[in-house]
Structures are given as C-alpha cells and as structure tokens.
Ligand binder design. Sequence first.
Ligand SMILES: NC(=O)c1ccc[n+]([C@@H]2O[C@H](COP(=O)([O-])OP(=O)(O)OC[C@H]3O[C@@H](n4cnc5c(N)ncnc54)[C@H](O)[C@@H]3O)[C@@H](O)[C@H]2O)c1
Length: 456
Amino acid sequence: MRITMVGTGYVGLVTGTCFANTGNDVTCLDVDPAKIDKLNRGVSPIYEPGLDELIQRNTKAGRLHFTLDKQRAYQGAEIIFICVGTPSDEAGHADLKYVLAAAGDIGDAIEAAPGSTGGDADERRAKIIVVKSTVPVGTNAKVRDAIAARTSKRFMMASNPEFLKEGAAINDFNKPDRVVIGADDKGAADRMRDLYEPFVRQGNPIFTMDIPSAEMVKYASNAMLATKISFINEIANLCEAYGADVNEVRRGMCSDKRIGNQFLYPGLGYGGSCFPKDVLACISMGVQSDTPTTLLKAVHDVNQAQRNAFMKKIDGHFESLGFDGVRIAVWGVAFKPGTDDIREAPSLTLMNHLLDRGVSLTAYDPVAHETCRAVMGDKIDYADDPYAALDGADALIVCTDWDEFKNPDFDLMRSRLKSAVIFDGRNMYRRSLMREHGFVYHSVGRQIVTPEEQAV
Ligand SMILES: NC(=O)c1ccc[n+]([C@@H]2O[C@H](COP(=O)([O-])OP(=O)(O)OC[C@H]3O[C@@H](n4cnc5c(N)ncnc54)[C@H](O)[C@@H]3O)[C@@H](O)[C@H]2O)c1
C-alpha cells in the first residue's frame, strides 16, 4: 500500500518505518527542514533503539521516503496517517491546530488529485484519512469537516490510536498488545485490517469499533496508567510518614494477581509528552461536557505534588547549609530510560527549581544531552560520563532509571562527590547498601539513611 505519514516525530517516524518494513511504500512528511534533512542523510532525529538501522535498510530498499513537499507526499497515497502533535493549550485542552492544519492540506490535495467518476473503482481508490494522533472524542468528525470543506471528492475516515512506548517503540509497534481501529465505513476498516495483519500474526487482537470509542480508548488507557502512578506515589508518601518501606509494600501488594506488578513504581511522578497532556485533555473533556472527572483531577494534582515534595526534600537538606556555592550532579534528564525525549520530564522541573536557588548543575544522560541543551541551553553543564558529573558536587540527584545507573561503583561515586549525599527519585538502590557505603540517602516512600545512622 502507498502510505503517507503526516508528522515525522516519535510516532510518525517509528510507525512509518515499521509499515515500510512490512513492504509498504511509505512517505513521511514534516514541516521541519532540519528533521527531514537529517533523515535524508540516514540519521534519525530521535533516539530510539534499533530505529537508525531500520530507517537505513528501508530507505535503501526504496520503500521509505522523507519529504517537506506536501504535493509529493499526498499524491497517490492510499492511506494518510495524521501523526502531528496535540499538546495542551494554556487551558489544558488538547490543541488541535496542527491536526486541523494537516486536515486542510489533505483536503486541498484530494481536491487536486485526478478526477472522480463515482464508480466502484473510485470507491476502492478513495483515500483513507487516519487520525493516529491522540485526540479528544469528536476530533475525527472535525477533521472530516475540515477536509470536506476543501473538497467534494470522496474520502474515508478512521481513528487508529497509537500505543507504542518510547524506548521500546519498534517492538511495541511490531508486536502490539492490540490494534484499535475506529471506522464508520466497512471498506476503511477492512483496508486498515489488511495493513495491520502482518503485525498480529501471533494472534493479538485487532479491535474495530466506532470512531468515538476508538478515540476514547487511548485517553482511557493513558489516564489509567497515570492513575496507577499517582496511586503508588500517594501510598509511598503514606509509607514515608509512617515508617513503612514502599518497595516492600509494593512487593506484598503486587503479588495479588488482581493488582499486578506493572506500572506501580513510586518516583517523581509521570512526565513525558503523553500522560500529563492526556490527563489534562480528559479533564477538559469533562468540563466541556459538564461531566465530573474528580478522580483524574486528583491524579493530576498528586502528580504535581510529587515533584514538589521531592524538591522540598532537597531544600530541607540544604536549609541549614544554604545554597551558596552549591553544585549538584543530575543523573538522567530524559523523562524515562530508553529515550532522548525530555518533554515534561521531572528533571526539568527540579533543575529549574535549583537554578532559581543559585545552584550550579552538572547533568549526565546517556542520550539526552542534545534535547536537554535545546531547552536548558548552557544554564547547566553536561558531563561525558556519570562519574565526571559527580566531581566536586554537594549531592547527586537521580532523575531517570537508566540501566547504567543501576549498579554503579559506589566507592568511586563517594570519592568523586564532595559530600556523599544522594536524592534518588527512582528508588534505584537498597537502603542497606547506601548505609554500607556511607551515603546520606533520600528516596521515595522510604526512610532517609541519615548521617546519624552513618555514625552508628
Ligand atoms: N510520543 C509517544 O510516545 C506517543 C505515543 C502514542 C501516541 N502519541 C501521540 O501521537 C501524536 C504525535 O506525538 P509525537 O510524540 O510523535 O509528536 P512529535 O512532536 O514528536 O512529532 C510531531 C511532528 O509533526 C510535525 N508537524 C506538525 N505540523 C505538521 C504538518 N502540518 N505537516 C507535517 N508535519 C507536521 C512536527 O514538525 C513534528 O515533527 C500526539 O498526539 C501524541 O499524543 C505519542
């Protein structure tokens, strides 16, 4: 099939590349010249394990193309996927300006395509416009109207929310737990099913449903995952207040199969380009329809409070020492391991808070220096390796649980840090190990390993 991806970001690039890899002819369109230039040189603009190799292989095979040229991208496309961003606007609504701009372009392209005779062949040739971006219920209808305002020719709509996770995106897309297709038109649903068949050979389901339900599945899924994170963070805070250890509580609780052990890790709260904005978009759907979203508002509030509580721990430690001349090392700036994405990363909130207090910061992340520099500029220093970040630092903050931080050389860490103090936002280390190695250790939902304990 000839496919066009509109928006060559984390979703459009990964899904387009995977569609090309199953033999489709895929054109990825973007409005960002730097991105397209990199891709045309065989360089991925994002870090995603395995993606470079897949891009190069499929580009070489002539199945994967990158362009800024709308005409070229839309001409002859049988299925057009809209994969542009849907960030929160200032009021927390999903901002649809990129989606609707793409819809307008698509309408113009359909209008300019060779004429229609209205016969069966035309029906089969009718383009399917698929909204893959995460959008509020009712958006597909708006996209349909925006396209129909520019053309009287026939086209079909489908909703196909994406569930890939950054850091594991290729595997997630190639072996999805499920594929969700919303369509009002059987012809569109059947063609979408054909496209996805190669990805569900192991028997995972393709669910076809009405468009509003498909749109809602994505929000409901992300809202559920965000709820789990806020839930365990709230429990962690109770553990901290009452002398329990959330890691132990987690083990005991998650062995109940009804609860399960996925996505129940306490930490700095959720970040990234999806959960924060999708929870806000659900809340705003509630406001617009006069439907209470009490739980989701609490999920959002708990998440904000979680970052603040961690900042308070840092402030508390330096209260008597003062922040004058303080240097702090930061391990991990990406919002989670496996990606260079720093959108809504907790690290940014923490680093900005500390910069406001006059602290000097040295960050180390295995892949996210470039994306971090694009936001933070030279307000912070970047180290080439994790231990170099520690040199002369008054404390270390762990913001991302990258594998390489899991089993570090604690003696080396101690020798490089000026003060052996760790604020661990990911509960990476055993408290007993921290005590053994002489660290003052703050984590989430567990008691502090204190200087007094060190003295014993
Ligand atoms: N990132 C994820 O892990 C993920 C997972 C599932 C769903 N989603 C959803 O997918 C959508 C895209 O997310 P993303 O992370 O890929 O965003 P992104 O910001 O990485 O990519 C969006 C791309 O669209 C381009 N663009 C904007 N307007 C355009 C236009 N008119 N024509 C062509 N290109 C245009 C931008 O330049 C950018 O490269 C969002 O709705 C998001 O919620 C994201």
